[in-house]
Design a protein around this ligand. Sequence first.
Ligand code: NAP
Length: 297
Amino acid sequence: MPVEEITASAAGNWLLGDRTVHRMGFGSMRLTADPDRARAIRVLRRAVDLGVNHIDTAAFYVSPGGPLGVGTGSPRYATELIREALAPYPDDLVITTKVGPSFDEATQHRELTQAELRREVEENLRRLGRDHLDVVNLRIVRRPGKDSVAERFAALAELRDAGLIRHLGLSNVRVDHLDEARDIAPVVCVQNAYALDVNRWADELLRVCGERGIAFVPFFAIAGPGRESGAGGEHDDAVRAVAHAHGATAHQIRLAWTLHQGPHVLAIPGTGNPEHLAQNVAAGAIRLTPEDLARLG
Ligand SMILES: NC(=O)c1ccc[n+]([C@@H]2O[C@H](COP(=O)([O-])OP(=O)(O)OC[C@H]3O[C@@H](n4cnc5c(N)ncnc54)[C@H](OP(=O)(O)O)[C@@H]3O)[C@@H](O)[C@H]2O)c1
């Protein structure tokens, strides 16, 4: 089947909170880097046309000033691009957002206080044009011995009780953070940097999430060690060989590998390129063999 005819449903489904999403979603961080607003909007609309019904965003996905460290001119917020492209929103669309770190130049990577978290949630509601947020991840900065999630997760749980948020998740965490948060409120997803060559310590976290019915949502699945600077063109021999065998690109195989780590793994590849978007959605149809998986490691 031609790439552009494969839809997000090919990756299968997962119940995220109380809503069923296709396991192939879309990450919106990269869109803010593109000064061509119209192209970013086209990519978002095309994602939904291709069946994507899980979009990841964050209060702090903005250029200039956000995690990508690029851009000039007036701020472009991913949340505002999503609203412009997709409101009124399709009924089945789940938008997952995140709050937590500050990207102020003066206070780089400071954790927001409980009151600031509330303001970020309210700002997200306003920028997205919604009266509630489907899923909010608390994104933390890991600092051994000093990174308890309890107080701030409890602050988000209060907003959940008040009806501003439907479901809560965590980002950039360890298993002990998950345990801490689950004593306060249910956790529906964990979003961490993870790929076949990145943070394999999180194999255990991924497994624990599966046992507890929590979605594991890796980011940097394609970018890998390139992280915010993006995907490189170089891939190891195993990835290239498996890609060749499937008539796929190496980037697609990296993405497919994550989906093969468990039925609870959701993909949120990020791109500002419509062709890459279609390839990524099509990667949800790739079925890796046990031999492929053994080779990829
Ligand atoms: N929780 C957190 O702390 C956190 C941190 C970072 C990101 N995230 C979320 O995770 C999402 C994914 O992360 P990401 O976008 O940084 O990384 P990614 O999805 O692993 O990779 C994106 C990079 O790969 C390129 N790419 C994408 N599809 C491709 C394809 N088919 N062929 C070739 N190159 C391709 C993109 O460039 P092009 O634009 O040229 O395609 C970009 O350089 C983000 O959008 C964001 O929503 C969460």
